[in-house]
Design a binder for this molecule. Structure first.
Ligand code: FRU
Length: 534
């Protein structure tokens, strides 16, 4: 006999409440009521027996209050509710970040699912990385805004989720700004608030705002929505300050009349927004950012992009994006999506830094998916027009242990490699060589990467990517982690993300010449240490 309408009532007594999860178990509709917080309607793969892992809900602010867990039915003998327990620490936390498929220098959630980066912002001397997060499951669902902070873009500390689903819906993607002049009135004199703009994915989808004074506790604005429903699943607000025209700008994805559009809004107070223009041809997760062409600050151009990372270069005076180019192909790999750039980076730094969702599936682990390594964006003039460039942020150097730094060497088929026997789970290979029609064959932990000089292309799996030489040279910069590879080439114009969960037993790296001759001006091999240990 199934158990009908099971209810579990407990008094909150500890920091965490733990629910048993089994990946792939039937999804159950569960309502979780904790003290005076609004009830949460969740879909959870509850474990009826021994769980794969526990989801741990922070209940520390509700001690003494009642916790109520309800669902419609559980199978006979299910221990889903009777296993629920409380404690002051997270089960398995000692082992966390040491799991076999945990990327060593790519951010991943401690538990549960991750997709888009959200609310990338520098605030009170910390980089904030919010992210689409299911704390209750290995797969997508129950969208929360997960939250992590870092002082160096390399070592991240995960904090409790910043935004939880509410009666307006689950929490879809969006962005964050530092309201420096307190235009919203949600800060106090001399202390700017951090504002989050998110999509409440309810019925219908609307855009909401939440504020925080300390980057830890977030309060949804009682006047939400800031932008009411327009059409369909309108979503993913990207907000930033447009200094030249002294106004706040929001770019929003709206599917209207069967067309994928991005719509531009203006605001003075961040609470009320006025539509100023629309553009077609982009799908979800927009971003719009200014970059100096060839590094010249008097030649600012605007780059409009969306989830697949294709982009247009043009101008933006505050109300309307005017393209100079058609849509240009962005990244050249796979499994990279919904990238976003940071707001709030101080002018003294002046970098445009981007993180994207790196779609690395980690089956069998209590967590799933990762972020790309943070990259600095640039914009350069090429014979085909302006093009974006991607470079891993220099902070990666903090984790590098250089094993070989060879200044000049020439290799032919059968040559003994000066770095023979190199092995690493995570590392970085940087090669510079004279343009040649020869063939270079890399084998990094069992993954073959070919550079075919005659065709000036890189081949990985079924990808063939053209890489233009610059000044008669090629430079390949390759990051390898347990969960994937990121290749940078062609002076940064070529970015090839490539998710790949490596076989644990393969740690060997080989760099050999298959045909012809390679004159290297530099070969650098570094191991990358784990970002998760001090
Ligand atoms: C892109 C996306 C967004 C949406 C979010 C939901 O991956 O579909 O458009 O806000 O994911 O998780």
């Amino acid at each position: 006999m199934p158990i009908r309408d099971p209810v579990l009532e407990l008094e909150a007594r500890a920091r965490f409440l733990h629910l048993p999860i089994k990946n792939g178990a039937p999804k159950r509709d569960v309502t979780l009521e904790i003290g005076d917080s609004p009830p949460q309607n969740l879909t959870i793969e509850l474990s009826d027996s021994e769980p794969d892992w526990w989801t741990s809900v922070d209940i520390s602010s509700q001690v003494g209050k009642t916790i109520r867990l309800t669902t419609s039915r559980l199978p006979a003998g299910s221990t889903a509710f009777s296993q629920v327990f409380q404690s002051n620490d997270v089960p398995g936390v000692v082992e966390a970040y040491g799991e076999a498929k945990r990327g060593l220098f790519h951010f991943s959630p401690r538990r549960g699912w991750l997709n888009d980066p959200n609310g990338l912002v520098y605030f009170q001397e910390e980089y904030h990385l919010f992210f689409q997060h299911n704390p209750y499951g290995w797969g997508w669902g129950n969208m929360h805004w997960g939250h992590a902070v870092s002082r160096d873009l390399v070592r991240w500390t995960e904090l409790p989720p910043a935004l939880l689903p509410d009666l307006q819906g689950t929490m879809y993607s969006g962005s964050a700004v530092v309201d420096v002049r307190n235009d919203s009135g949600l800060g106090v004199a001399g202390k700017p608030p951090l504002l989050l703009f998110y999509t409440a994915a309810g019925n219908p989808f609307t855009q909401g705002m939440a504020s925080s004074m300390d980057g830890r506790i977030f309060t949804k604005w009682p006047g939400n929505p800031v932008v009411p429903h327009i059409a369909g699943e309108n979503r993913d607000p990207k907000v930033f300050y447009h200094a030249q025209s002294h106004r706040w700008v929001m770019v929003l994805y709206v599917e209207e009349g069967g067309e994928h559009t991005l719509q531009f809004f203006n605001s003075q107070d961040l609470r009320s927004w006025t539509l100023t223009s629309k553009i077609s041809g982009f799908y979800e997760c927009p971003d719009l950012v200014a970059l100096p062409l060839d590094g010249e600050s008097d030649q600012m151009k605007w780059v409009l992009s969306a989830a697949n990372s294709d982009y247009m270069v043009g101008s933006f005076e505050g109300e309307r994006f005017t393209p100079d180019t058609p849509i240009i192909k962005g990244q050249s790999g796979r499994g990279f999506y919904a990238a976003q750039t940071f707001n709030g980076i101080p002018e003294s730094d002046n970098r445009v830094i981007q993180i994207g969702w790196f779609q690395t599936e980690t089956r069998g682990e209590p967590f799933n998916q990762a972020m790309s390594f943070p990259m600095e964006l640039g914009l350069i003039t090429t014979p085909s027009g302006p093009r974006l460039t991607w470079t891993p942020v220099r902070e990666l150097g903090q984790l590098e242990d250089v094993a070989h730094d060879v200044r000049a060497t020439t290799l032919r088929p059968g040559s003994v490699e000066p770095w023979a026997g190199f092995s690493a789970e995570a590392g970085r290979l940087t090669l510079e060589f004279l343009d040649t029609d020869s063939i270079l064959s890399l084998n990094l932990r069992g993954l073959a990467i070919i550079y075919d000089g005659a065709n000036r292309e890189i081949r990985i799996g079924n990808l063939n990517v053209a890489v233009p030489p610059s000044n008669g040279r090629q430079r390949l910069d390759i990051l390898v982690d347990r969960i994937g590879v990121e290749v940078f080439a062609g002076g940064g114009q070529v970015f090839i993300p490539y998710p790949q969960v490596f076989d644990h037993s393969r740690k060997d790296w080989k760099i050999g010449v298959e045909k012809g001759e390679f004159q290297f001006t530099s070969v650098r091999l570094a191991r990358i240490k784990s970002a998760w240990t001090p």
